[in-house]
Structure formats: structure tokens, C-alpha cells
Design a protein around this ligand. Sequence first.
Ligand code: GLP
Length: 264
Amino acid sequence: MLILIASGYEQLSEWAARIVAKAIRNKPNLVLGLAAGSTPLGTYRELVRLYKEGAVDFRDVVTFNLDEYLGLPATHPQSYHHFMKTALFDHINIKPANIHIPDGSIEANLEAYCASYERAIQEAGGLDLQILGIGRHAHIGFNEPGSSLRSRTRIKTLTEQTREDNRRFFAPGERAPEAAITVGVATIMEASRILLLASGEHKANAIAKAIEGPVSASASASALQLHADVTVVVDEDAARELQEKDYYRRVAEMTARLTPERLW
Ligand code: GLP
């Protein structure tokens, strides 16, 4: 794991966008895994800026989102469909046919639908780069505690903690979703490269579990320790509980000096 500690959210977003933009320049038809949530918002805003400057072109990029709430139509303001549209897709030249997000409105044949989403990723050639946020108890996507580290796209029941974390986005009185469609841990682990982002003190414990804790289905982000090409970009607050923080800083400095191409 390459762990980059940014001074704050702005720098984190800038670094993450640089990594993504470089990956697209290297492979214009990049298959890009996307995450919703507040963490990657700054990265998407920065990518839009780079696009407007002509520094990155999304014409041939193919995207697959990690997850979507079950029971929310794409038009619902809290759906990840709506989030992605307003945060990124409406502002770049990606082809609508190249965008994939699990359909939260399906009501029948859920397993067959999940299998078809998984197949679509394989048919696109697999994920080249997967962007991830992290949940409070160190989950990736909606791979809540107890998610098999070999799991594939499926329906997951949300924990009360996750529902609580997201309740603020829903109107008073509106029921926050109880389940979601999420790609699995194994799906994520097959991405060629992974970019994990976290900002803020409320993510410090999750980041410590993911990077330094035991590999465990109770904290699906810890599976990333078994992946050979993970870049973690965190800010100072999210890095607070890392035991080896000073060492990670030295590794990053050395990487910048010896193999700068590994950064961006
Ligand atoms: C949800 C999403 C994750 C996301 C996490 C953190 O659980 N399924 O993909 O990483 O929330 O969200 P935020 O970035 O808003 O803190």
C-alpha cells in the first residue's frame, strides 16, 4: 500500500483527481470504478475542472458504480444515480451508454440482476481503477460486517450505523433505505488498481482498521491489504490513528524521489 497523507480535504481531492486523470491519459478507454458519498465529491469536482481545462477526456471512459440503495428510483434525490449525475456525469463528455450504476428500482429477479451487473464488469474487461470511500466501520461499497471477502455483486442489508450515517440526507419522516445492491469484496479486489480515500477524524478508526488491523470480514476494507496496488489518500485527521504514520510519510517521500511514476 502506498499511503499519502494530505494536509486537508482540498489537497486530498487534488491528489486523487491527478491519479485518476493520469490513469485516463495512459488508457483513454479506462474502466473506472466509482464510489458515491461525500468523500469523493472534491475529487469529482477537481476532475470536472481538469476536463474543462482540456487536461482529461472522458469520451472513451467506461464507469461502473459500486452500489445503489434498493428501493430508490434513479430520479430520487438521494439515489446514487442522482448523486453521480450532478457531481460528475452532467459536467463531462462521458457517453451515457458507458455509465453503469446498479438499478435500485428493480423488484424481481434480484439475484439474476446482480449476476448480470457482475458479468457486465467482466465483459468490459474488468476494472482498471477503483475509487473507494470508507464507511465508519471500515466497509467498502456496502460490504457491511460479515461480508465474505469472496463476495460478488448482491443485495446487502444495511447496518443501523450506516442507515444512521445516511439518514441526514433524507427528508424528515422519510424512511432511509434498509438494503442496497453492492458489488462484492472479490469484485473490488479484482480491480487492477485501487484508490482509497478518507477525510476527517470520524474516519480515523476505520482507516486504522483497514490499513493496520487484521484482515477480517468485519471490516471489509482490510481485505485491501491483500491487493498488490492500493493507493490510500487520507488527510491528517483521517490518518490520526495510524501507528506507522511517520514511516508512511517517509515511504511517500522516497517514492516521489525514486519512482515518481507511481504517484501520478
Ligand atoms: C456508504 C457507501 C460507501 C461510502 C461510505 C462513506 O456506506 N456505500 O461507498 O464510501 O458510505 O461515505 P462518505 O464518503 O459520505 O463518508
